[in-house]
Ligand binder design. Structure first.
Ligand SMILES: Cc1cc2nc3c(=O)[nH]c(=O)nc-3n(C[C@H](O)[C@H](O)[C@H](O)COP(=O)(O)OP(=O)(O)OC[C@H]3O[C@@H](n4cnc5c(N)ncnc54)[C@H](O)[C@@H]3O)c2cc1C
Length: 408
């Protein structure tokens, strides 16, 4: 019987295993993960805030593995892959053979090379459920919590800690919150909500050095503007890196970001596939799931190439304020056209395009326009062929002109 081995049990691993079973009813599917829980990182902050239990942040139902005859080896770290022998080796020495392998071992938080940050007991990541438990425990006794990074991860960490009523400061080298996804106008509303809840925010500033006490614990941060900040818990949310250690002794091709895959999620070895954050690109949940499903198709013998529809797409619901962002938050130069629409109810719409192609969009508050924009983006429509500004379009305009709308 054919054996598919899937390394990693998160967005990519679970989506891949699920699709493998849909496409191959007979094969053996073996899922291996270092962690012992299956949960969504996107809603992990609700566990930290006490709004949800561990069970409620799971994204599979209780019988998923049994129903799909997926054997899960949990709490097992893979340490080596031998592509010639088609074997994965686990930390406890066990060797697991595969016919086809899907590597979906994801990513981890990045510790910036700042003097004093390494080996400090009160520096934590916020990337896994395990990190979440550690942060919660340490936060209970901390007085001054600093979160380095006000991107999606930093914002989640801050939200998750609000209920502890501690002094929280968010630091970011960018000029505003979630700067990769949002412009200042869209970020404003979230910054104000955090402000109202007492979260201090410092932008355009990073950490120059962390000063430690005699026990090796950070007690104060020297910032890049020369000011100092008291700190007895530092949460690092300043970037993500692919978990590439496992690939090091293999010939699997990599680039500076992570594992290289083609449009079928296949690596440089014909029996090995990759999906999700391990590639170091498009590090968002929908991309991980889609790459894994694409891999499953190819692993079971169907060619179903992937499009980059989800690249850079983010949805934000912090404080129940919905925002959807795609691509560039700001026009890089004057050669781009920027359309903006603001309504009295606070809703905000922005589209950035050039030569008929959409490069970025932000929808905040009212998301009804998302369907139209998604359609334009996914069909790669040439918007020059539509005779209205993008933000004036209605569904009827797309249907009526579908044959005239070209693809680029
Ligand atoms: C706090 C936070 C909030 C986020 N919010 C959003 C959001 O709102 N929207 C969005 O689209 N994306 C969000 N993301 C990003 C999204 O969660 C990731 O893109 C997605 O989880 C990637 O899935 P993955 O399966 O590739 O890897 P991961 O989720 O990193 O999972 C990796 C899996 O591999 C296992 N593993 C790792 N190493 C080994 C090994 N050596 N052996 C065996 N198993 C191993 C792990 O145990 C885990 O099961 C967020 C991320 C974080 C950290």
């Amino acid at each position: 019987m054919k054996r598919y081995v899937v390394l990693g049990a998160s967005a990519a691993g679970i989506s891949g295993a699920d699709m493998l079973r849909k496409l191959d009813k007979e094969a053996e599917i073996l899922l291996i993960s270092e962690e012992t829980e299956i949960y969504s990182k996107c809603i992990m902050h609700y566990y930290m805030s006490g709004d949800k239990t561990k069970e409620q942040i799971s994204f599979i139902n209780k019988t998923f593995l049994k129903d799909n005859r997926i054997c899960w080896k949990k709490g097992k770290r893979a340490v080596k892959i031998n592509c010639t022998e088609k074997k994965v080796f686990l930390e406890d020495g066990e060797g697991v053979s595969y016919d086809k392998l899907l590597i979906a071992t994801g990513s981890r938080g990045y510790l910036p090379p700042v003097k004093g940050l390494d080996n400090a007991e009160n520096v934590c990541a916020f990337h896994t459920l395990g990190d979440c438990e550690i942060v919660l425990k340490k936060a209970c006794t901390a007085r001054n919590i600093v979160i380095l990074g006000a991107g999606l991860v930093g914002v989640d960490a801050a939200y998750g800690l609000l209920h502890l009523k501690k002094r929280i400061t968010m630091l970011d080298v960018n000029s505003h919150m979630m700067a990769v996804q949002l412009d200042q106008r869209a970020a404003d509303i979230y910054e104000k909500e955090f402000d109202k809840r007492g979260v201090h925010q410092i932008y355009n500033t990073g950490i120059k050095e962390a000063l430690k006490d005699d026990d090796g614990r950070i007690r104060e941060l020297i910032l890049t503007d020369g000011k100092t900040l008291p700190c007895d818990l530092l949460i690092i949310a300043a970037g993500t890196r692919a978990n590439t250690e496992l690939l090091e002794q293999t010939d699997l091709k990599r680039d500076q970001y992570g594992l290289l895959i083609n449009e079928y999620s296949q690596t440089s070895d014909r029996s090995v596939y990759g999906a999700g954050d391990i590639t170091g690109k498009n590090m968002v949940w929908p991309s991980a799931a889609k790459e894994a499903m694409t891999a499953a198709y190819h692993m079971t013998g169907t060619k179903f190439p992937m499009t980059d529809f989800f690249k850079g797409k983010a949805t934000i619901h912090t404080f129940n304020i919905p925002t959807m962002a795609y691509g560039l938050p700001k026009a890089p130069d004057d050669s781009y056209t920027v359309e903006i629409k603001e309504k009295e109810n606070g809703s905000y719409q922005k589209v950035i395009h050039k030569e008929g192609k959409i490069f970025g969009m932000i929808l905040q508050g009212d998301l009804y326009f998302a369907g139209i924009l998604n359609q334009l983006i996914s069909t790669k429509a040439d918007i020059r062929k539509l005779d209205k500004p993008v933000l004036e379009l209605e569904y009827g305009d797309l249907i009526g002109s579908s044959r005239e709308v070209g693809h680029i």
